[in-house]
Design a binder for this molecule. Structure first.
Ligand code: SAH
Ligand code: MG
Length: 204
């Protein structure tokens, strides 16, 4: 990965360990079917740099979807809350300005296209076949399964599915990302790699 982009990715705020971020870049670089990439859950743009670096090299777009209001665990009083990400005018989280700065600083504005809104209704109307799908949005039961059901049918055969925060041991983290990884395997996705909590699969 380009050294400059790697520096930007590592400096960006967010929830993506370096080895898993490198995994995103590496497997995104190997995608062999046509079409854009899409990630669900961008936060401040950290994963979007790793995926965007690969997309830029291949002249693809990365759609980066997030309502930018934070997941349950990012809200006031929860474990992963960052108070300076609250918009004081309205008292709600707003990671969009941070996301935009991250993408701008990395020089990826022509590659990374923000989709600002709720994942499920966007999935319902989405028609462009995807070559790569990264699921890292809401980790509750409903959002995780909705993302799986809404977005995986948009992936081309032979395309790459990446799922973050898959923890086989419940002591390490929540169940839903692990459950959708199990569903993917039942649905015929083939396991390619596991890097930390990141899982890489190929679409049937
Ligand atoms: N990939 C990011 C971390 C994502 S955190 C990184 O590399 O740092 C999860 C994100 O999912 C949050 O920003 C939250 O706003 C978003 N999210 C949660 N549920 C969502 C939904 N239903 N629709 C759109 N975005 C959602
Ligand atoms: Mg994550």
């Amino acid at each position: 990965m380009d050294a400059e982009l790697r520096r930007h990715a590592e400096a960006a705020r967010g929830f993506m360990p370096i080895d898993e971020g490198q995994g995103l870049y590496e497997y995104a670089s190997r995608v062999a079917v046509p079409g854009p990439f899409l990630e669900v859950g961008s936060y401040c743009g950290k994963s979007a740099i790793y995926l965007g670096a690969a997309a830029a090299e291949q002249h693809r777009l990365l759609y980066a979807l997030d309502h930018h209001r934070g997941s349950e665990e990012n809200q006031v009083g929860w474990e992963w809350h960052e108070p300076d990400l609250v918009d004081p005018e309205i008292g709600l989280m707003d990671t969009l300005p941070h996301f935009r700065r991250t993408v701008h600083a990395a020089g990826l504005e022509n590659t990374v296209v923000a989709l600002v809104g709720q994942s499920a209704p966007i999935a319902t109307t989405w028609e462009t076949p995807l070559s790569l799908l990264f699921i890292d949005g809401g980790h509750g039961e409903k959002p995780a399964h909705d993302d799986y059901e809404g977005w995986t049918p948009k992936l081309r055969s032979g395309g790459t599915l990446l799922i973050h925060d898959v923890f086989p041991d419940p002591a390490d983290g929540g169940r839903p990302p692990y459950e959708i990884w199990l569903r993917a395997k039942e649905d015929g996705f083939k396991e390619v790699a596991a890097i930390g909590s990141l899982r890489v699969l190929t679409a049937p």
